[in-house]
Design a protein. Structure first.
Length: 355
């Protein structure tokens, strides 16, 4: 069986979740939450604060709120991203300003960011699409020149690095997701990352209904914190993160090498210099005109041969590069439940379908 993005759950994962359940630690209070946050801090290997949330979407919203972004403000985001990026902005009352992507890396285009800045612009949210780091040097320079915040949507890029720094630790705030299909999963969960203690304290209060450590309500907030049984699963999954990242790297290179490289109808995401993706998904762009088939037809033919796929995120706005990617892009099976033999089968079958 070929798996698209299914989670890799071990017996040890089950045991750790059972420990949380059997000790009645099943709410936003429990020892696994702090342990999981510390494990992520240790993995990122830098001086950051990590605050567990109940989703990556919640982390994005909280990031915007603690930075004071709200009605009348504008936040620049890429056209190609999961809709949660835009929803987080609109939930604050701010307006998402959607710009086009780079046609080669598929990430937000710094040149388009510069053109979109107005006196209302308060932040940029670069999305490390499918685990591929954005051009953070260019984005940070634009932000510095215009006094803007940078919130990294690193929901898909745990384990990716740019210039030796982990994604999520480069901007003012970073946000991770541990949804069921990410590199590691909590079932549902996310995390907010920042080097600023003041922002971290505000975020921790916000996800706990605006309460301080003594339980006093000191500000606005919601019940956005991570629950302990989810943290127990995430903590156990961290033991396999290095192995799974290596496996996804090999899958990506496998797709690239199994004759796909020589096929002029297929192209892959480009990577910026000194960027090392996490390869959450290996995605390709197909010259549908040359092969004479649209993406839905290709998907149906692959499905008939036991190969699941999914389309690239549909653009939030009809912009040339993003729309072209939507019409021609395809995400290939990337779950760590697969083997390299599975990847070879997918690659060879895809070539047969395209021929």
């Amino acid at each position: 069986m070929i798996y698209l993005d299914d989670p890799n759950i071990s017996l040890n994962d089950v045991v750790e979740v059972q420990k949380a359940l059997f000790t009645n630690q099943i709410s936003t209070v429990g020892e696994h939450i702090g342990l999981f946050e510390k494990a992520v801090v240790d993995y990122l290997n830098t001086d950051v604060f990590c605050i567990g949330t109940n989703s990556g979407s919640a982390a994005l919203y909280v990031a915007l709120k603690v930075l004071g972004i709200g009605p009348g403000d504008e936040v620049i985001i890429p056209a190609t991203t999961f809709v949660a990026t835009a929803h987080a902005v609109t939930m604050t009352g701010a307006r998402p300003v959607v710009v086009d992507i780079d046609p080669n890396t598929w990430n937000i285009d710094p040149a388009e960011i510069e053109k979109a800045i107005t006196i209302k612009t308060k932040a940029i949210i670069p999305v490390h699409l499918y685990g591929n780091p954005c051009d953070m040097d260019a984005i940070l320079k634009i932000a510095d020149d215009n006094d803007l915040f940078v919130i990294e949507d690193a929901c898909e890029s745990l384990g990716a690095t740019y210039m030796g720094k982990h994604t999520g630790t480069i901007g003012h705030i970073g946000c991770f997701s541990f949804n069921r299909n990410k590199v590691i999963t909590c079932g549902g969960g996310g995390m907010l990352i920042t080097k600023d203690k003041h922002l971290a304290d505000k975020a921790r209060q916000f996800v706990n209904q605006g309460r301080d450590n003594d339980g006093n309500v000191v500000g606005h907030g919601f019940n956005f914190g991570m629950v302990n049984q989810n943290a127990a699963l995430g903590l156990s999954q961290m033991d396999n993160l290095g192995e799974w990242l290596y496996q996804k790297y090999n899958f990506n290179k496998g797709y690239y090498q199994y004759r796909l490289l020589d096929n002029k109808n297929i192209s892959f995401q480009d990577e910026y210099k000194d960027a090392h993706p996490s390869y959450w998904f290996t995605a390709i762009k197909i010259d549908t005109i040359r092969v004479g088939k649209l993406i839905p037809q290709i998907q149906e033919e692959l499905k008939a041969k036991g190969i699941p796929t999914r389309r690239i995120f549909k653009p939030l706005k009809d912009l040339p590069n993003a729309w072209n990617l939507w019409e021609k892009g395809l995400c290939l099976p990337s779950s760590t439940l697969n083997t390299l033999d599975d990847i070879e089968y997918v690659a060879k079958t895809l070539l047969e379908v395209l021929s």
